[in-house]
Design a protein. Sequence first.
Length: 198
Amino acid sequence: MELLPHGDPRLDHSEDLATARAAVGSTPPSDPAVEAARTFILTWTSQHVDALHRSCAEAHLTSSALVVDQHAERVLLLQHAKLRKWLQPGGHADGEANLAASALREATEESGIIGLRVVVPPIDLDIHRVEPPGEASHLHLDVRYLVLAPPDAELRANHESTGAAWATFDELGGYQPDAGLRRLAEEGLAAARRLLGR
């Protein structure tokens, strides 16, 4: 695992779908749900050259960030205004094949926290159906990264959220996480502790 700050050349913009596919392939082996997601995402992106764009209406790539505090004890949850669920920061790739850069950008924009650092490779893969108001139901092919907050993190959620909270793993149940978010939080907190030597 490597920590990359904003400005690291490994976070430079890319439009090459092969870059995104390489990130999916580099995600460490995990449980059957993650392996099934890996197989589906790699198959889908081999058949849809526009998988980085919303024009690929049935399913497209997204990236998200499990933001963990400096003590590797809590994760950041945002109450998504459109979906009305508590989720980790994240969003559409919108043509950005460097999904680590996309995850870091989304985390920074949605949390307002300055000085976030993203860990590569991704720690989780997830496929979930979304039904935003006014849009057709579709799949998000989500590539998920661990993002570490600095010691002086100041949370200032933007207009995309109606609430924000830091939660320990034990507190997560109060936010009604799905199985994918619970898995992500468990793996992310463990990875953060290893990385920080805690």
